[in-house]
Structures are given as C-alpha cells and as structure tokens.
Design a protein around this ligand. Structure first.
Ligand SMILES: C[S@@+](CC[C@H](N)C(=O)[O-])C[C@H]1O[C@@H](n2cnc3c(N)ncnc32)[C@H](O)[C@@H]1O
Length: 290
C-alpha cells in the first residue's frame, strides 16, 4: 500500500519527499531534492523562484494529493520525464511519452558537432531513428534554412516528433515512417546524424533505472549492440552528397568498432569525440568525392 506522508507546508513536503527518494531509489540527496522540487513545480504550476519565496505556505489538499500521486509514481521508478511529459534538450522543452526515448545530454554533443559540420548555406539533413525528434527538431530550430528529414520505424514515436516539430520548428521537419534509409529511397543529404539503439540485448543496465521504462526497440541492438550502427555506417555513402558528413552516437566502448566501420565504408576525416564525462561517444567522418 502506498503511504501518504503528512504534508504541511512546501518546505517540509519537499524535505520529506527528498528523503523518501533517497532511501527508496538510492538517489544522491542533491538529485533527490532537485526531483522533489521539479515534481512540486509541476503540481502547483509555479517556478522555482516562487517556491523559494513561498516555502512556508501551506499546501492545499488538492496540491498535497497531486504531489503525493506524482511522488509515488517516481518512488516506483518511473522516470521524471515520463511523469512530467517533457524533457529539456538543447534548451528546448520536448514532449516525451513512453513511445520515445528520453533525450539525453550525451546527444547534445552530437547536435553541437552536427551544427559545426553543416554547410554555411542552405543544406539538407537526415536524422535516422528520430524518436521524440530531439536531433531533427533542434537542428531545424537552429538552422531554419536547412531541409530536415527524420525517419523512425515507430509510428507512435513519430507522432511525438510531429508535436515537437510543430512547436519548435514551424513544422519544417519531414517525418517518414520506416526502417533507417528505406523511406528516403536514393535521396542524398549534406549531413546524416543518428543516435540508434546500441546497447547489447543482454546488458544488465537494461533492467535498471529509467531504462526499464523506455522502449526496448529504442535501446537494444543485436551483435553486441552494433547491428544498427553497422547498417547505418555502411549504407551512409549511398545517401551522402560528396563531402557530406555522417555522425553517430555510440556506447563508450564502441569507438574502435565504429571507427573500423567508418574506414570500411571509405570515410575520411574520421574522429571520435568525448562527452562531458570524458567518454568517447560520437564518431564522425566525411564522404570523399566518389
Ligand atoms: C536511441 S533512440 C534515439 C531517439 C532520438 N534520436 C534521441 O536521440 O533521443 C533510437 C530510435 O531509433 C528508432 N529505431 C529503432 N530501430 C529502427 C529502425 N530499424 N529504423 C528506424 N528507426 C529505428 C527507435 O524507435 C528510437 O526512436
């Protein structure tokens, strides 16, 4: 049976919630406090600054019930992004649902590198496995002159990407349902970006934390997690214009395998970039003239 903690004012409700999150989910206290505050902001519809100024205000019973409900969902492990229905990515609030991966800060590195490698004038971009549209929508938002196409085999994920494209990119993302390059036929692009599934199916992390709640089809791939990366990298030259760039996100231990695939596919300027934690997470390369 779920417990209803005796809440009185905002401050004690937050303290109590942070304590329970620490004990139940084993979260560091700092993270638990942050999560408790985000859930409170959602319940009472006020920003952080307001909570600080009113932390001795009593909660109404509706607010108290709403907070208890959200807190109980989180205590059962549900990710905060799914509870709220959104997650911030590259400064944009993106809608997320259980049909989409929750966009990660690691993928912001991929977006940053894509922006750096895009031609200065009008250009075309393909995002493979767009999920919530994190990569495609952010690039379309920041480069209004770009023609952005995104594919995903999940029709329900594409519905979410459509909402995000409407909200942040004036609908300027062409969303296509199908497997990897299949929906774009023989079309060629200046830049292809992808954050495909790359976790090995037997990896125990799939049974832990937020990953338990996310779609397995967005996370796990065959061949030790390499099968989708292999397909995307080896087929990329067919869909890149001369001098076009391919950028892929991958696991911290897949740099060598990805670089070997880029060489096999005939790319030059191959490089791997590290995330904020110092792990090699994005490999890129340029197609030659041929
Ligand atoms: C790791 S998620 C990335 C989502 C999003 N790009 C992001 O970075 O947050 C991988 C995405 O690839 C999609 N996917 C998996 N297999 C696919 C396939 N064969 N063809 C197209 N998309 C696929 C999944 O539905 C999921 O949305």
């Amino acid at each position: 049976m779920t417990e209803h903690p005796p809440l009185s004012d905002i401050r004690s409700a937050l303290q109590n919630a942070a304590q329970r999150l620490t004990t139940t989910l084993n979260l560091p206290l700092r993270e638990a406090r942050l999560e408790a505050r985000i859930l409170m902001e959602q319940c009472i519809g006020r920003p952080h600054a307001w909570l600080i100024a009113h932390d001795t205000d009593a909660l109404t019973s509706d607010q108290q019930n709403a907070f208890t409900q959200l807190l109980n969902r989180r205590l059962q492990g549900e990710p905060v992004a799914y509870i709220l229905g959104w997650r911030e990515f590259y400064g944009l609030p993106l809608t997320v649902t259980v049909d989409t991966l929750i966009p990660r800060p690691d993928t912001e590195l991929l977006v940053e590198l894509a922006l750096h490698h895009l031609p200065a004038s009008s250009c075309s971009i393909l995002d493979l496995g767009t999920g919530s549209g994190a990569i495609a929508v952010t690039l379309a938002h920041l480069r209004p002159d770009a023609r952005v196409t995104a594919t995903d085999q999940s029709a329900s994920a594409l519905q979410v990407a459509r909402q995000n494209a409407e909200r942040h990119a004036a609908n300027r993302v062409r969303l296509l349902n199908g497997s990897w390059y299949e929906p774009v036929n023989q079309e060629c692009f200046d830049l292809i970006a992808s954050n495909p599934p790359y976790i090995a199916a037997y990896d125990p992390h799939l049974q832990q934390g937020d990953l338990r709640f996310e779609p397995l089809t967005a996370l796990a791939a065959a061949e030790n997690g390499l099968s989708d990366l292999r397909h995307i990298i080896l087929q990329a030259p067919v869909h890149l214009k001369p001098h076009g760039w391919l950028l892929v996100e991958h696991g911290y231990d897949q740099q060598e395998a990805c670089q070997a695939l880029f060489h096999q596919a005939g790319f030059s300027q191959i490089a791997t970039h590290r995330d904020l934690g110092g792990q090699p997470r994005v490999t890129l390369g340029q197609r030659g003239e041929g």
